[in-house]
Design a binder for this molecule. Structure first.
Ligand SMILES: Nc1ncnc2c1ncn2[C@@H]1O[C@H](COP(=O)(O)OP(=O)(O)OP(=O)(O)O)[C@@H](O)[C@H]1O
Length: 741
């Protein structure tokens, strides 16, 4: 213990040293004067790098070192949240990052396959104090003993699993299990599906995989960012501290409803509307609706012009429309083609009239006269109005609002389910907005022209910088033959265009921040949690955001609650990657004790006799109970008073309809759409409870819950479960111990 403590002290000293260095580098860089692009670029890169290091150091402080590997060949490594080196000439490693290959035996070695290990040690620390050691001997021939050998190899794991919950998910870096490690470090580059029942660590594994990928492909993923999609803001808050605790912040977390920049979801769809909006039939309907915007005159639009009337007739419009559609560009981007064709045709019409030779000879007007006429027509407000009428410029928001006000190209029952005038957006509208934005295209020609002009200015400026740099070469330097010169200057390394482009990249925002504001951002990797809940339309959106298809999807089809949820992985993935995806199953339940899982499993077995629940790794001895009452709110309040853990958290999970009465009876409980999960007691509906966990769970009125919702509700408990009900208990729960309040 003493020598581990000395080592930990040394680590903390080194960490303080590095932290001090990074802090002063940041303040120095921020204070640095300099207005040239090159200087600003260097300053920004430095600040970003050092700030990243500071995050990692913060992470390190929370359990800097938690393991040690003694190899048979004499190598000996401490394992930690982040890697640290000594400040010596060889930069000797002090502690190895858990993600490094050399740390892998910490998670995988067994007595059967010791991976070269003699001994594996778990260090438990509190702040900077070592409080316990657990040693496992992996080489049976090794006779040396430390006095910390553990008879129970899983003591550290069980201590973590049994610990009181805090309302925030913790990392599992000290106790990742072998089957989880395989997912976290999977080298698979395409779509990886991780499926497992409740509590099998899917979320934990997904987050640690994000941390691993950021470590293994740092450069690429820092540039392109990682997106983590979770079911609701409460859940994202619940998992928000895991990655920073692992030293990683370059990640964007969002719910599906937050994936269209500039749009905030304020409304909720009914189940039927959500189902219809989530179906891919919507993509077809919207595509046809966009074509419907490209209309023809009936039979003509008459345009008053200084030189007489012009007729924009069906023939002209149809030809212009054909040409515009032929470009296969999105609606707004094809519009200029339509406009040019119409203007050309009207110019020809006018030229025919004005220059016609009454005796049938060639037109009197020359090309210059005709060009002049064309200019006049192109600047006519009436012509513009006619083009706008036939091929209007639309925004996704306008177009979708029009579509929802009078849905077309759908069966009447479906149209009826989604018909809506005005009001805010729903989560199911977001993929539709994205689809519409794709169909319309963003007419950013003006913005692009401005950006290009600015870029040309920067190139000119950068050229100046390089010329200066070239001009200031020293005499000796010039005397050297270029071939021999080993001293390189800016002008040798970079040309003006690249320097200008690099200056553009000196954007203070991280890639994740830029990605959040950019609808067309292509992420380096996307992780989807509760992936079974996403609709087919939402998958279309996500696939557009990840052209490389580098994705990790975690979910449990048995917990599907959303009516538009896709059901099977094959159905979800076939349109995008065929059968080129990998599936890994997790089947050990680390959360829910056997007593609770047995009850929960019965709920799903009643619908599907072959259902196999995940195997619980522990039991608590607490038998789940049920209590019948005539008065739900006081009975729930009494149950809460009796069951609230001294440490830890309790959740009442009840159908939404009971919430008003229950929250009045539970004044101490956090409630509402986004309750504070760190409070001791929270009141949730089963959808809000998705992915969360609590020491004690009280489920109210189970008979009112759909079986997948009930299954989710029951499997949130890490220790104790109770059920309070007014009417009859659902058949599957009749085995519960009857409790009197
Ligand atoms: N190897 C591990 N070491 C310690 N704790 C673990 C380990 N694996 C999972 N856990 C814990 O088990 C609990 C359940 O994990 P998690 O929430 O990731 O499961 P899940 O599969 O996403 O569940 P659900 O489908 O119900 O959302 C969490 O508290 C997690 O920290």
């Amino acid at each position: 213990m003493r020598s581990e403590q000395e080592f930990l002290d040394l680590l903390h000293e080194r960490l303080a040293e590095l932290r001090g260095g990074a802090e002063s580098a940041v303040s120095e860089a921020l204070a640095r004067e300099g207005s040239t692009y090159q200087q600003r670029l260097e300053r920004d890169v430095l600040v970003a790098e050092q700030s990243g290091l500071l995050t990692a150091f913060d992470a390190g402080e929370r359990g800097l070192c938690f393991g040690r590997l003694a190899f048979r060949d004499g190598r000996d490594h401490h394992i930690g949240r982040i890697g640290l080196r000594r400040d010596d000439a060889d930069r000797t490693p002090l502690v190895v990052d858990w993600r490094a290959e050399v740390a892998r035996p910490f998670y995988l070695a067994t007595g059967y396959t010791p991976m070269g290990l003699r001994r594996r040690r778990h260090l438990t620390t509190q702040g900077s104090r070592v409080t316990a050691l657990h040693d496992e001997i992996l080489d049976l021939a090794d006779v040396e003993r430390t006095g910390h050998e553990d008879t129970d190899a899983d003591a550290v794991l069980f201590a973590a699993l049994g610990a009181a919950r805090t309302g925030r998910m913790r990392d599992i870096v000290r106790t990742i299990q072998a089957e989880q490690d395989r997912v976290i470090r999977s080298p698979h580059r395409g779509v990886l599906v991780v499926e497992g029942g409740p509590g099998t660590g899917k979320t934990a594994v997904a987050l640690h995989r994000a941390a691993y990928l950021l470590y293994a492909h740092r450069e690429q993923l820092t540039r392109r960012a990682v997106l983590i999609v979770g079911p609701n803001p409460g859940f994202l808050g619940y998992i928000a501290e895991v990655l920073p605790a692992l030293g990683e912040t370059g990640v964007l977390m969002a719910t599906p409803g937050e994936l269209f920049p500039g749009v905030t979801v304020t409304e909720v769809d009914g189940p039927e509307a959500a189902r219809v909006k989530g179906d891919t039939a919507m993509a077809e309907a919207l595509a046809r609706f966009v074509r419907d915007q490209q209309t023809l005159p009936d039979p003509e639009i008459v345009i008053q012009h200084d030189d007489g009337e012009l007729s924009l007739d069906v023939e002209i419009a149809a030809e212009a429309r054909r040409r515009a559609r032929e470009t296969e560009a999105p609606h707004n981007l094809a519009r200029p083609t339509f406009a040019f064709r119409v203007i050309d045709a009207l110019t020809a019409q006018l030229a025919d009239r004005l220059g016609a030779d009454p005796y049938g000879g060639p037109n009197f007007l020359g090309p210059d006269d005709i060009a002049q006429l064309g200019k006049g027509i192109a600047s006519s407000p009436e012509v513009h109005a006619a083009i706008e009428e036939l091929w209007p410029r639309r925004t996704p928001e306008q177009l979708l609002a029009d579509f929802l006000a009078e849905p077309v190209h759908l069966p009447e029952a479906h149209a009826e389910a989604i018909r809506r005038t005005g009001g805010g957006w729903t989560a199911a509208d977001v993929p539709l907005l994205d689809e519409t934005a794709e169909l319309l295209g963003v007419d950013d020609s003006a913005a692009r022209a401005a950006a290009e002009a600015e870029r040309q200015e920067r190139i000119a400026y950068a050229q100046g910088v390089l010329e200066l740099s070239y001009g200031s070469r020293t005499q000796e330097y010039e005397d050297l033959d270029d071939e021999e010169s080993e001293v390189l200057a800016a002008h040798d390394l970079i040309d003006a265009e690249r320097l200008a482009d690099r200056s553009e990249e000196a954007d203070h925002r991280t890639a994740a921040e830029r990605a959040a504001a950019d609808r067309t951002w292509a992420f380096g990797h996307i992780i989807v949690d509760e992936a079974q809940e996403l609709s087919a339309m939402c998958w279309r959106l996500l696939m557009r955001r990840c052209p490389t298809r580098s994705m990790t999807l975690v979910g449990d089809p048995a917990q599907t609650a959303e009516p538009a949820g896709c059901g099977s992985w094959e159905t979800i993935l076939a349109p995008y990657v065929g059968d080129r995806w990998e599936h890994i199953g997790l089947d050990v339940n680390y959360r829910t004790p056997t007593e609770v899982m047995d009850i929960a499993a019965r709920v799903l077995r009643s619908a599907d006799g072959t259902f196999e629940p995940p195997r619980s790794i522990r039991s608590t001895g607490h038998r789940p109970w049920a209590r019948r009452t005539d008065q739900l709110p006081p009975a729930v309040a009494a149950a809460v008073a009796g069951e609230t853990p001294a440490e830890g958290r309790l959740a009442v999970i009840a159908p939404g309809g009971c919430h008003a009465a229950l929250s009045a009876a539970l004044p101490e409980a956090a409630t509402g759409p986004n309750p504070d999960l760190t409070r001791t007691v929270v009141l949730l509906d089963p959808r809000q409870a998705k992915g969360l966990e609590f020491d004690t769970v009280i489920v109210a009125e189970p008979a009112q819950l759909a079986s997948s919702d009930l299954y989710v509700a029951l499997t949130r408990a890490t220790q104790r479960l109770g059920v309070v009900h007014t009417g009859r208990l659902p058949e599957e729960l009749t085995g519960l111990v009857e409790s009197v309040g």
